[in-house]
Design a protein around this ligand. Sequence first.
Ligand code: TRP
Length: 624
Amino acid sequence: MDEAAVSIMQPTFIKEKIPSAKFSMALGNKLGLCELDLPENENGCTALWTALNKALARVIQQNLPITCFSVPKADAIGKYGEGILNGGILKNTPDMLTLASIDGVACCVVPTLPFASTGCIQFIELDMSQSSITAGRKARRADITVKFVVGTLSETQVEAVPSESIPVESIASLKENKIRLEEGSELKAILVEFQEAEEAAAAAAAVVVEEQKTAEDEEMVVTAWDVKGKIDYTKLVKEFGSTLIDDNLMKRIEAATVGKGNVPKLHRFLRRGIFFSHRDMAALLDNVEKGTPMYLYTGRGPSSSSMHLGHLIPFLFTKWLQDALNVPLVIQMTDDEKFLFKGEYTAESGDNLNHFASLTIENARDIIACDFDYNKTFLFSDLDYVGRMYPNIVRIWKAVTTNTVNGIFGFDGSSNIGKIAFPAIQAAPSFASSFPTVLEAGLDTDQCCLIPCAIDQDPYFRMTRDIAQKLVKRDHGLGGKPALIHAKFFPPLQGATGKMSSSDENSAVFLTDTPQQIEKKIKQHAFSGGRETKELQQTHGADLDVDVAFQWLKFFLEDDEELAKIENEYGSGTGEYWSTGKVKERLIEVLQELVASHQERRAKVTDDEVRKWMAERSIVVKKN
Ligand code: TRP
């Protein structure tokens, strides 16, 4: 082997007065011994020594001829490469070397003339007290030292022939980094088996740890205010009583959207199961197909001035729905809600209601930057617009008991009365009659409502749907109930549990982040499903379910083919995207572009512009 530093045979026989010798091979920090890796554990080492003993016994038994050459040093290196020598020999040896070769088995520089054939040897015994294997992921170097004792039958030595007669071809195979001896191939198979068994054991141990961790982890909690733990969406849908979007419904959604010709294909959030659950979508489509007018309703609780990528999900999807269906959209800003739940009062400075009102304006700019159609979109702050919805709010208050609200939202007698009253305010926009001017609707309206939202908002609308019939005429197509389409949560950078939070700076990418901040956050904080070592990654591939970079690409990378390529390659540890680094790089590009173009659009949204979007006006789409 060219790269291995093989020491010249040390003539231990001189001192020990028995035919013994020792040599070692240093492989540097590689484990590779031609095609083999040096074993890292005791079982593997034992297997290697066993294989070596077996090979020695065979070679002796086969009585193979040993040829011997005397060769000028430069020739030897030229023909066999430096592997034939070692550093010491290179510098300190005489110009003529003695080379011994057993055809197809071995060829090396020897200190004295060897025997004529392996048949002269009675046995070769390894001296295990002085033989060793050093290898291991953590070892700085890998090397093998073999000390052996030889028993002889006859002492016939060969004559060294001159170098011109060296059989180059027969020795050429010795230069290849291939396993030559059958014992070596057997050993390789055994070592691979050991390695796999070890990895399987490690993986099993990791699973146990993971399971314990999950068990220790907080239980899954999904309420309108709190999302914790590992989310099991199937279980959630069962608990909430909503329905998964099936193929059949997907086809109907496609017909109602793509089929109308306003969008080229289903939104990637639908294609990839991110909007995954619904209530009454089929019934809504029945009505739409019959020509019943409909509108979209979504909202945002303005709790911080900077929105993050997670906040964008429902809005991006809503924008697509608006384009696809060509329908009006109302967007509720629940500054009242945020004040009731998070507001503060101090005797010196009073309360911070105005703070939440101003957050509405800040967030409205981000929402407008999502590129909605101004003529079809009405954005409103509860603090400002609630009067117009008041008749419906009162109707809802009358229809829902405190026990029901407490049951759904977990309030009790110590909750401020605003909290208990609030669900009616989030419910009210589900009824077109809350928008007499904006949707030109009265109590007798046929208009149906569709609410795209993250699934944690479902409790509000379960309550709404239960009392809906009291706010519409008897033959309303959906009995007044809003239809819903639910999104999964956008996973935080640190790992795929819960949802992203604006309060933890490093758990989210904000729409105000610079390209550098985006790069740093992804590189440093995005939880990786990649394996510990290059070898493991290349044999097992990444765990895509927990890999945040991949999960985020699923949300934001538009190209299905490229996503499939990344999924295949990263998931198997092969190809261009074999590693976490490559996948993160791609994500960084995608996000830098997305955030930059968002910032560009946002910069154009002036306060005046916001006022225009929040002005009460008809957004009804006129058919012509
Ligand atoms: N409560 C939501 C929040 O805290 C805001 C909201 C109001 C909303 N109405 C909605 C969200 C309708 C989705 C759909 O963000």
